[in-house]
Design a protein around this ligand. Structure first.
Ligand SMILES: [Zn+2]
Length: 210
């Protein structure tokens, strides 16, 4: 008899506790996921670029890089770190480079020829100390070569318009490509923009140049 009366007394309390637990579980945020780029925007810069013809001064069919500069011109255009990385296949120091932590919206251009290469919408925090992207704006303007230096087999990436070295691409990136383009800040210049739409407009401007 005593047990039954206890049940009767505690019954509603147990029900309330269960309800509270269900609400609490429902309200709990999902467990943290690894950082991935903010692809919530529906502005697809890559699709826009791929649909465009390349600017008239960029002929990638000849086998030579369309933008050629003399040694003096390169030295004038680039500072010491930029020259060592972009023209001499160097690697800058991790973490202390200018764009590793850059979270601003904008466009990353090639330091050697201003070709739009990456956008902030494809940038993610890889924890490596270098700016990292899941994809380039346009695969046509990004060249790849097998790099066997330092006893490793890696895929080197460079600007297909002026030949400047950018970094490497690794198959361990987040969604949607699973790729990690690990790029030296020294090979890039950054142009801040108000919105992803404004980034797209900057890219379009380059493609439509004479
Ligand atoms: Zn370039």
């Amino acid at each position: 008899m005593k047990t039954q009366s206890n049940l009767r007394n505690y019954g509603p309390a147990v029900l309330v506790a269960l309800l509270a637990f269900a609400l609490f579980t429902f309200a709990m945020p999902e467990k943290p996921t690894p950082p991935s780029p903010d692809l919530t925007t529906d502005v697809d810069v890559s699709a826009c670029a791929s649909a465009c013809g390349l600017p008239s001064h960029v002929d990638l069919s000849s086998g030579d890089f369309p933008v050629q500069r003399s040694e003096t011109e390169w030295r004038e255009r680039l500072n010491d770190v930029q020259y060592r990385v972009a023209r001499d296949h160097g690697t800058e120091r991790p973490f202390t480079n200018p764009y590793n932590d850059n979270k601003a919206i904008g466009l990353y251009r090639c330091i050697g020829c201003d070709t739009p290469l990456f956008t902030s919408m494809d940038k993610f925090d890889s924890g490596t100390g270098w700016p990292s992207f899941v994809q380039p704006i346009d695969e046509r303007t990004l060249g790849e070569t097998r790099d066997n230096s330092y006893g490793m087999v890696r895929v080197e990436v460079h600007c297909n318009v002026c030949g400047s070295h950018l970094g490497h691409v690794f198959p361990d990136g987040p969604k949607p490509t699973g790729l990690r383009y690990c790029i030296n800040s020294a090979s890039l210049s950054f142009e801040e923009a108000e919105s992803p739409e404004a980034v797209k407009a900057l890219v379009k401007e380059w493609y439509q140049a004479e």
